[in-house]
Design a protein around this ligand. Structure first.
Ligand code: FBP
Length: 552
């Protein structure tokens, strides 16, 4: 294997732990933050989780470690999309286990939750773990999107644990995976398996956060990576002065990533899905809003600019959501085959026109043909439209182009509009973790081991006070049931961790809203540059603007 100089240098980096976890293991004791209740639907959640509901918050402090000195065999899985820092969660967990008792063992189940079901694993040792310290990716054991949610699956997991003498499982995942971790914890307790379950908050989307979890890991590095690229594009735009760049950034539903990138780079436009939904904006209104900026800048002779589009935007546009629902119904069951058998797009178009309501047809008609075809041709195995594949950056640039053509015809616009498109997603998910993510993730893993030592079950590893230097971070754990409420999923009431969307009365959005009119007209671009791993702390240890504003 060949290693880059940066990878070799990163192996030597010592992630910073919260001050409290820097004491020797024997000097970490527990204090209780008091009993907890779920954020909503308390009675229902309490009834569903009789063994794990209402437990105390855990906070670690300096003092005599009173945890029973029992040997631990722990299993770990990575679940869902990659996020920078996942390797460090595993490394922190491994190091804490070995520091507690060199006999402790860590099993890594391969390929995500399915590895646990299929009993596919490796047992970590120093040599293997050392290859992954402070590196991006999830390739240490791989990841997957299988959901652990049925009683049958839980029974298999309990069997696998029994077979290897596993005493605890750590699930590193997003809101869904940690919801399932909570349900699995309840199952393990109800069935007296003696297996504890601990979760760790992961996702670049940033939508697993609440009053306890200040941010999910990976968001920091991914948004810094995207912001570097957006900054570079902005500098190119400002140099060549001839293109409008439409940049779509990942974030399946919430717009945290887009908003954070906008706060870091100050583009001319950034759409925020949650605002679009709140204002019930139509596609035409959004296009008009962007075109206003293009036209105003053109009047100053600036036929260039940058617009950030969140990946999940179209689902927030009410008329578009209705259109998607109608298309899904139009092609339900055998009708897909009927549609596919039509020989030409003209005939397909007539079929669509006959099947959609007048309102949805009006929305469909203004879409560029490439998007229209995408909606009907690229479908998931259930026959549904694959919304995440819609090239919304192209959709909006095309709608803006048409809007500007109408303005030109009316004599109100006389600029030039030439658009380029980018999608920033996978580029950011496996980057070398920033110092923040390297430190935060290592701390989450180390802390998870402490929670296991102290017998916790159904807890999320919690490291907080993150806008302060790591020395001042607070370490502990929060019962997963505290973050739950009841939501309707696939026609059923389910206990789930509430997904955090962008809050329109939150400080990050408010800051953006106060400045965006100026950014839309002027050229206020900021060029953040690449993540720095070595150098002054004020450059290398910066947190996100979102966290800084939320905690200001
Ligand atoms: P998680 O919620 O599992 O962390 O993944 C989020 C994400 O990165 C989204 O931003 C993106 O839409 C999606 O994963 C892409 O998934 P896939 O890797 O399966 O293409």
């Amino acid at each position: 294997m060949k290693f880059s100089p940066l990878q070799l240098a990163r192996y030597q980096y010592n992630p910073k732990l919260p001050g409290i976890l820097r004491n020797g293991i024997s000097e970490i004791c527990v204090t209780s933050g008091g009993p907890t209740t779920s954020v909503a639907d308390q009675e229902k959640i309490a009834a569903l989780f009789p063994n794990t509901y209402g437990k105390n918050e855990i906070i670690f402090q300096k003092g005599q470690n009173t945890a029973p000195a029992k040997k631990q065999v722990v299993g770990v899985i990575l679940s869902g999309g990659q996020a920078p820092g996942g390797h460090n969660v595993v490394c922190g967990l491994y190091d804490a286990l070995k520091a507690t008792n060199p006999e402790n063992e860590l099993y890594g189940f391969k390929g995500g939750p399915s590895g646990l079901i299929e009993d596919s694993y490796i047992v970590f040792d120093d040599e293997y773990i050392n290859l992954f310290r402070n590196t991006g990716g999830f390739d240490i054991i791989g990841s997957g999107r299988t959901k652990l949610e049925t009683k049958e699956q839980f029974a298999i997991v309990a069997e696998v644990c029994k077979k290897h003498g596993i005493t605890a499982i750590v699930i590193i995942g997003g809101d869904d995976s940690n919801t399932n971790a909570g349900v699995l914890a309840e199952y393990m307790a109800a069935n007296n398996t003696g297996v504890q379950v601990i979760g760790c908050p992961k996702t670049i989307d940033g939508d697993l956060k609440n009053e306890d979890i200040e941010c999910s890991f990976g968001f920091d590095t991914a948004t810094k990576t995207y912001s570097e690229i957006i900054g570079n594009i902005q500098r190119d735009a400002n140099s060549a002065k001839k293109y409008w760049h439409f940049v779509k950034v990942m974030g399946r539903s919430a717009s945290h990533v887009a908003l954070e990138c906008a706060l870091q780079t100050q583009p001319n436009i950034c759409l925020v899905g949650e605002e679009v939904a709140a204002k019930k904006m139509s596609l035409a209104q959004i296009a008009d809003y962007i075109a206003d900026s293009v036209a105003a800048r053109a009047e100053r002779g600036w036929n260039f600019g940058v617009a950030i589009i969140p990946e999940g935007i179209v689902e927030f546009v009410p008329e578009f959501s209705v259109l998607i629902k109608e298309i899904n119904e139009l092609l339900a069951g055998e009708k897909t085959a009927q549609f596919n058998a039509l020989p030409s797009w003209t005939e397909k178009y007539a079929f669509i026109e006959a099947g959609l309501t007048k309102e949805s047809m009006a929305v469909f008609a203004i879409l560029p043909q490439s998007i229209q075809q995408q909606l009907f041709l690229e479908r998931d195995p259930h026959g549904n439209v694959q919304v995440s594949l819609i090239e919304s950056e192209k959709l909006f640039s095309e709608l803006v182009k048409n809007n500007l053509a109408a303005r030109k015809a009316a004599g109100t616009y006389n600029g030039k509009f030439s658009a380029l498109h980018h999608f920033l997603g996978y580029e950011g998910r496996c980057a070398f973790p920033s110092n923040f993510d390297a430190d935060y993730c290592y701390s989450l893993g180390y802390n998870a081991c402490m929670l296991i030592q102290y017998g916790c079950n159904g807890y999320l590893s919690k490291v907080s006070n993150l806008s302060k230097p790591a020395e001042e971070w607070v370490a502990g754990g929060m019962p997963i049931t505290k973050m739950m409420n009841i939501e309707r999923r696939n026609g059923e009431d389910k206990p789930v961790i509430r997904k955090a969307l962008v809050e329109l009365d939150g400080a990050p959005f408010k800051y953006f809203a106060e400045h965006r009119a100026e950014w839309a007209l002027e050229t206020c671009f900021v060029y953040p540059g690449a993540i720095q791993y070595f150098g002054p702390s004020e450059v290398c240890d910066l947190t996100t603007r979102t966290l800084a504003l939320e905690k200001a």
